[in-house]
Design a binder for this molecule. Structure first.
Ligand code: LMR
Length: 398
């Protein structure tokens, strides 16, 4: 029956973890997947999350189904975090938010909805972008096109190219934008650059689809939402936000994400939400209970929310220190050209290493990175830094 089913290659990111797990070398290092590890190499369980979890366990409740669009307290807290506590969009009832199965679930539900609402629209994604963006939107039936984003030579943004390509898109095209901590490059827009992009998107009649999976990993939760705030103030009639708490709450496996669609008014938002619910119902019916309750529990308490911001700040500062450490170790070894890594934001760095060099990192040193040269800086530790720097130096010179 399945004789003609083809074997597809492993996922370029999650497939690496499978290969890493199968590697028996004791000093192997996984810089592939975007996960923050602490100095001991563990995925942290945040104190604020532990506290809510203990309260939930002490008062265990039966597990009924959540509503199709998830836990109301979670959706409300998410809206405030993304759009700002006193956002006029929220006050006007223009935002339809649904709890989703991770940020990927938000992207896919959003893609399915847009494909039905705007069947002829194409989507433009940055070149490069997170590998799964192309797959998710392509699978939902979109024609996926690229806009210029990154300049390999300067290791920074190709902002002129980005503006030129966005400016040439057909009106009505969906534009996927990374709000902060661009995955995979770590190259972000400045405030002034965001202002220009928002104005261009508005003038050209494009539909922004903002992906924010790393809120709080560059500057802080407010500053990292700048793109969303600017679109909110711009007066454009609609935009979409896919968000995730996987990283910011260290709740990867709980699959806690959200899809928020900004509509022209309250009535339109209601109709949009009815479509989103239908899309969710036909995919997985409703989200799971536990992760949403943890996030809502933290964000719903002033004290726990403050502790979360502090713990998130600790992760952020440690990533900054690891970036600086990697750059200085490489410079000590005689490779000062990697200084650009310190300018990049978030968990990832586009190292500039080629596929062949990444293969050597894995084969000779047991260090796993994505074939494009993306490394997860947040998976380094002070202990692994010297080994990683020496290996990067070796492959870059060999
Ligand atoms: C990543 O880019 O490594 C993360 O977003 C995890 C994933 O699902 O790919």
């Amino acid at each position: 029956l399945f004789a003609s089913v083809e074997l597809v290659p492993g996922d370029p990111i999650l497939g690496l973890t499978e290969a890493y797990n199968a590697d028996s070398r004791p000093d192997k290092v996984n810089l592939g997947v975007g996960i923050y590890y602490d100095e001991q190499g563990r995925i942290p369980l945040l104190d604020c999350v532990r506290e809510v979890e203990q309260k939930l366990a002490a008062d265990a409740k039966p597990r009924g189904y959540l509503p199709i669009d998830g836990l109301a307290a979670y959706n409300l807290a998410t809206q405030k975090l993304l759009f700002g506590t006193h956002s006029p969009l929220l006050e006007a009832g223009r935002v339809a938010t649904s709890q989703t199965v991770g940020g990927s679930g938000a992207l896919r539900i959003g893609a399915d909805f847009l494909k039905r609402a705007l069947p002829n629209a194409k989507i433009a994604i940055s070149n490069p972008s997170w590998e799964n963006h192309r797959v998710v939107f392509g699978t939902a039936g979109f024609e996926v096109i690229d806009y210029r984003y990154y300049d390999n030579d300067s290791h920074g943004l190709d902002f002129a190219g980005m503006l030129a390509d966005l400016g040439a898109l057909e009106p009505g095209t969906v534009v996927l934008l990374h709000a902060c901590c661009h995955n995979p490059t770590g190259a972000d827009l400045s405030l002034e650059q965001w202002q220009q992009v928002v104005a261009l998107v508005k003038d050209r009649g494009l539909l922004p689809f903002v992906d924010i999976a790393y809120q709080g990993f560059d500057v802080g939760t407010e500053a990292d939402a700048t793109a969303i705030r600017l679109f909110g103030e711009s007066g454009i009639p609609a935009f979409v936000v896919a968000s995730s708490y996987s990283k910011s709450f260290s709740l990867y496996g709980e699959r806690v994400g959200a899809l928020s669609i900004v509509a022209a008014d309250r009535e339109e938002a209601k109709r949009v939400q009815s479509q989103i619910k239908r899309t969710i119902r036909s995919n997985y019916s409703s989200p799971s209970t536990h992760g949403g309750a943890l996030v809502a529990g933290v964000l719903g308490s002033d004290e726990l929310r403050a502790r979360w911001e502090q713990e998130l700040g600790g992760m952020r500062e440690r990533i900054h220190a690891l970036r600086a450490g990697l750059v200085s170790k490489l410079a000590e070894l005689g490779a000062p050209e990697f200084g650009f890594i310190q300018q990049q934001a978030g968990m990832f760095s586009y190292s500039g290493l080629s596929k062949a060099q990444v293969d050597r990192l894995r084969d000779e040193f047991g260090i796993y990175a994505v074939g494009t040269g993306r490394i997860c800086v947040a998976a380094l530790s002070q202990q692994s830094l010297p080994k990683v720097a020496a290996a990067v130096y070796a492959v870059s010179r060999g």
